[in-house]
Design a protein around this ligand. Sequence first.
Ligand code: NAP
Length: 310
Amino acid sequence: MTATLLFASKTERWTTYEAPLRHALGALGVKYRLGTDFPPEEVDYIIYAPNSGIVDFTPFTRLKAVLNLWAGVEAVVGNPTLQVPLARMVDFGLTQGMTEWVVGHTLRHHLGMDTHILNQDGAWRKTAPPLARDRRIGLLGLGALGIAAGTTLARLGFPVTGWSRSEKSAEGITCRHGEAGLRETLAQADILILLLPDTPATRDVLDADAIARMPRGAVVINPGRGPLIVDDALIAALDSGQLGHATLDVFRTEPLPPEHPFWAHPKVTVTPHIASETRPDTAAEVIAENVRRGEVGEPLLHLVDRDLGY
Ligand code: NAP
């Protein structure tokens, strides 16, 4: 059987994905047609980005699965017209990129790099930073990205406590779950990293009450999703000194509007949703493997639980 794969994303992405996809599908011996324009009733798999413009999956009458190009699925998971399995992206390049971004921004705050980078003014500020073992990390989310970033930070010597929905274990990470586990994770987070998905259960997880449980002067780093944080509570905590800094990559509205107070706040660093992205070479292998699995009736990798929303 020949599988028909519709690549549904922005045009410029097609130019970077087409060759890696053909290579990966060929390497697995998948028989396929791949393109950006097929009649819906001929499509077996949609390689999907939320900005593709597809909002109604009903015309795709023989669709076998939707293969999301991104890790986050909040834009598609609740679509009632989607009646086939939805796989999210877990990609070596995406994971590695996120680990590098998280470690970089953690080290910025841990080492107090701004003191010297921003103050080349002739003053000899001779205070050595503490060792990693004296800086406690809290990590909300122990999925593909959280575990990778957390174990790397642990290898550098940081004590890492991580929180997830279900009970987990990961090398070097003290794993917690449930309400009590969240409180414990927050209470010891000199630096708190958010790598949760955006779901009804995680929205507003970092509200005023949660922030008040953190050590005074703690730093928040959010490469997860904007709705995890209550913006007003974060700003109030930065203003009062309860929080020392927030480095934010994701926002409730993106691009972050120019008038949003985060831009001008002296204790906020805004990065424009660049913490990590799917890398065509490695992601193509994941997509090809899922098409192969779909064609031989094996379970797909990285399936989304539609009820949980991630
Ligand atoms: P994942 O593998 O699905 O992991 C999600 C983690 O969150 C899991 O540990 C899960 O717990 C936990 N979780 C979910 N709901 C929870 C709840 N109600 N309470 C406590 N823990 C909960 O996702 P991932 O691949 O690591 O990606 C995480 C998120 O990063 C994505 O959803 C996306 O929003 C974001 N992201 C951002 C960028 C960027 O450039 N800024 C790039 C890629 C991804 P269990 O382990 O118990 O299931």
